[in-house]
Design a protein around this ligand. Sequence first.
Ligand SMILES: [Zn+2]
Length: 252
Amino acid sequence: MGAGGSDPIREVARLLAERRNAVVLTGAGISVESGIPSFRGAQGMWAKYDPTEYATLHAFMQSPRKVWEMLSEMVSVCGGAAPNAAHKGLAALEETGVVRAVITQNVDGLHQAAGSRRVIEYHGNLDELICVYCWKRYPTRDRWTPGSVPQCDCGEILKPNVVLFGEPIPWLAQEQAEEEARSCGVLVVIGTSAQVSPACDIPRIAKELGAAVVEINPEPTLLTRTVADVHLAGPASEILALLLQSIRDEEH
Ligand SMILES: [Zn+2]
């Protein structure tokens, strides 16, 4: 694929349409166009909040009120964000039977808001709060208002049900993600370089078991040189719009 000067968009569209068995792995890059800052980079959350002080389970257990300064910002930003054309494009590809599932490292809930039905949330979701003492769960909107620090009925401070550094991936999400990777025909990686363990295993598992790996990122990543069969360079919204159009053309 991608050799001989042919059109890589058309080749990927043909592959997706033929196999009708694609699984998508998304990361922070897909939500940037929705106004959600990514974590790394000069404009990222980690430039403002040192992750060792704000994003580890240890930090939360030590000083939950301090960690909620960052969490409040995340909940506010994600709560006010709307899905962009890339999220909607993936939902449309699921609707047409080309995409089977989305595995996301994001905690913003925007895939579901766009209409995707099978979404595996690798790192949890900000919509839910959990007590790390008694394990009671609450919808975030029931317990949190801007500037507040949400409390459990038991009196402890609640944590968003997202995976902080030092916490394991929810076992069910990990099982489901690996099963999707093992059985897909095409794995499409969007908006992430998938370098963080264990999300980095997903493209590798898919590749080893015979899937084609397609990468959609604005710039080449380590994935481009190692696992990806083809790299479509550009904003996810534009690339997905081109793929959708090309698949529709193929089918007529
Ligand atoms: Zn509790």
